[in-house]
Unconditional design. Structure first.
Length: 353
């Protein structure tokens, strides 16, 4: 699905979280906040051709002149000025200050429906409490709030809980994002990156739950064939890589494919040709999900290919096929005499007391 993208302006690479899936870990550049004159020039360049902008990082709330940055964006004529943030520094007083400067919406990162789940992903104890307060403060100020959850091996089964948690707190929209296999996610690939055939059914059940609760929900970075009928909620993303099965796929032009590292690891056995599905989501909401932006370069050493027993297709509909290791091998049946020899007590013909 396509939508006019918002401009983004990065305020620096510094971040106060240590997310296990961080795709920016390893991006070269100064970790100090960008100088104000550099930010102003970036905003002026972004204004050419765009009337919406989101300020991103790292963590943009670490920039000491954030209110002034927002004021400058408003003076340039941006009609929408968003903030993509982990929410740790968005107390009610900060939300009020930024809203007065011209902030119009907030894009939060929340990776679990409980403190244990979210804090595990961010690497910071207490970060869930902070982001929950930020969501409450932004909604109390009547700012639209959208939320992205990065899909991992650890949180896939808890996504329905996230959907219910967000809907109960008035989030305006939600996006489940397949991780970019860069930075820390590449280093910790087998710990972080989920097998889509295993994780996506949980994600799609969460989408269905969210929609039943009237929480608009999207999926970013998943191949359309894996989404099945839920391809209608796919957010357009940068094209990544395609497998052999994609060559004859009518939906290929609109499909982001999968990360090259994922394809190298699992050989694309989950991918299959499919017909395109038309979608007409709320473009205003979609534009607020600006994605991960700049990510680290590919790792120097390649991702090792998975053992053959792991490369088993997991179809979205019908019974999942067992892995090769789970399929019993054809063996010669034991005769009665052989069983008597193996289980002497069971076949003892002597009379018992």
């Amino acid at each position: 699905m396509s939508a006019v993208q918002r401009a983004t302006v990065r305020l620096g690479l510094a971040c106060d979280n240590e997310c296990v899936f961080c795709g920016q870990s390893g991006v070269e550049g100064d970790r100090e906040p960008a100088p104000m004159d550099v930010v102003q020039r970036a905003l002026e360049a972004a204004r050419v051709g765009h009337d919406e902008v989101t300020l991103v990082g790292g963590e943009p709330t670490l920039h000491p002149e954030l209110p002034a940055v927002i004021e400058h964006a408003r003076a340039l004529g941006f009609r929408a000025i968003g903030l993509q943030t982990n929410g740790r520094r968005l107390a009610p007083s900060a939300v009020e200050l930024l809203q007065r400067a011209g902030l119009t919406d907030v894009h939060l990162s929340i990776h679990g429906g409980s403190a244990a789940a979210h804090d595990y992903h961010t690497g910071v104890p207490g970060s869930f409490v902070s982001v929950a307060l930020a969501l409450a403060a932004a909604r109390a100020a009547r700012l639209p709030v959208v939320v992205t959850t990065v899909l991992t091996r650890s949180n896939a089964r808890g996504l329905t809980e996230v959907a219910r948690w967000l809907a109960a707190r008035g989030a305006n929209a939600w996006c489940i994002a397949v991780p970019r296999t860069r930075g820390r996610a590449a280093e910790l690939f087998d710990r972080v990156v989920p097998r889509l055939g295993v994780a996506m059914p949980f994600a799609l059940h969460a989408v269905q739950t969210a929609e039943s609760l009237r929480l608009p929900t999207f999926v970013r970075g998943a191949p359309l064939c894996v989404l099945g009928p839920f391809a209608r909620v796919a957010i357009a993303d940068d094209s990544r890589a395609h497998g052999e099965a994609c060559n004859a796929c009518p939906a290929r032009a609109a499909c982001p494919g999968v990360e090259p590292e994922y394809l190298a690891r699992f050989a694309g056995d989950e991918l299959s040709p499919r017909e395109p599905i038309a979608a007409s989501p709320d473009a205003r909401l979609v534009r607020m999900f600006v994605g991960s932006g700049e990510v680290a370069p590919p790792r120097s050493s390649p991702i090792a290919e998975s053992p053959a027993r792991a490369r088993v297709a997991l179809p979205m509909a019908g019974k999942v096929r067992p892995a090769h290791a789970e399929v019993p091998r054809a063996v010669e049946k034991k005769t009665g005499a052989a069983l008597r020899e193996l289980f002497k007590d069971l076949y003892n013909d002597e009379p018992r007391d």
